[in-house]
Design a protein around this ligand. Structure first.
Ligand code: SF4
Length: 205
């Protein structure tokens, strides 16, 4: 299954995955904190609004809390996220001279940053090897039988990192997200269009 999955992801998404894929780590960090329990379009809108006013930790830490809350009001838990963002910006200044730290452990000490956010920042903000496990990666790994059904997100991440060579981690993550949006949908997977013949969860109609 591993070879089949990698081959399919490479053929289908390889080019898109290799496009310039990482950007300013601070912006990735802000967007990822905003994205928690929020729809993608609302995250994008709030990220644009906030980062256009506060594109750096200096600017964000100097914004009054009510202003941050207003700028991100379209996302869920806006009050809590505004507090986390302001505290995170301040910590980046105090501890790291305004830079985003480059280890998972240091990232996870920042307010509002859990394992997935840390992995997203490592992968998409800093270009480092990591496998962020979002809902698509989690679901598809289990449907394909790569990871046991009851595994938590950390176990999914560790298993995938063990099963696949590090140079394939980005293809695996980005490719599975795209595949999960297009074919292996959460509720009604499009098995009839799916090239993965060896999938044990194939729905036959
Ligand atoms: S066969 Fe169906 S369940 Fe299996 S990976 Fe493809 S779309 Fe998903």
């Amino acid at each position: 299954m591993r070879e089949e999955l990698l081959g399919m992801l490479e053929e289908r998404y390889g080019e898109r995955v290799r496009e310039r894929w990482y950007s300013d780590p601070f912006h990735v960090l802000v967007a990822c904190i905003l994205s928690q329990r929020t729809r993608e379009e609302n995250t994008e809108k709030a990220s644009r609004a906030l980062l256009s006013v506060a594109p750096t930790p200096e600017r964000l830490s100097s914004l009054p809390l009510p202003r941050i809350r207003r700028l991100i009001r379209g996302v869920g838990l806006a009050g809590q996220k505004a507090r986390n963002l302001k505290r995170t910006a301040r910590l980046l200044l105090e501890r790291y001279g305004g830079r985003v730290p480059e280890t998972r452990e240091a990232l996870m000490e920042l307010p509002g940053v859990g394992p997935k956010t840390a992995d997203v920042v490592l992968c998409y903000g800093l270009g480092k090897p990591a496998v962020p496990v979002d809902t698509h990666v989690n679901r598809i790994s289990k449907r394909l039988g790569l990871v046991r059904e009851g595994a938590g997100l950390e176990e999914v991440r560790e298993t995938l990192q063990r099963l696949f060579p590090v140079e394939k981690w980005h293809l695996l993550n980005r490719g599975m997200v795209l595949f999960g949006r297009e074919i292996c949908l959460p509720r009604h997977p499009r098995c009839g269009q799916c090239p993965l013949r060896g999938c044990p969860s194939r729905v036959r109609k």
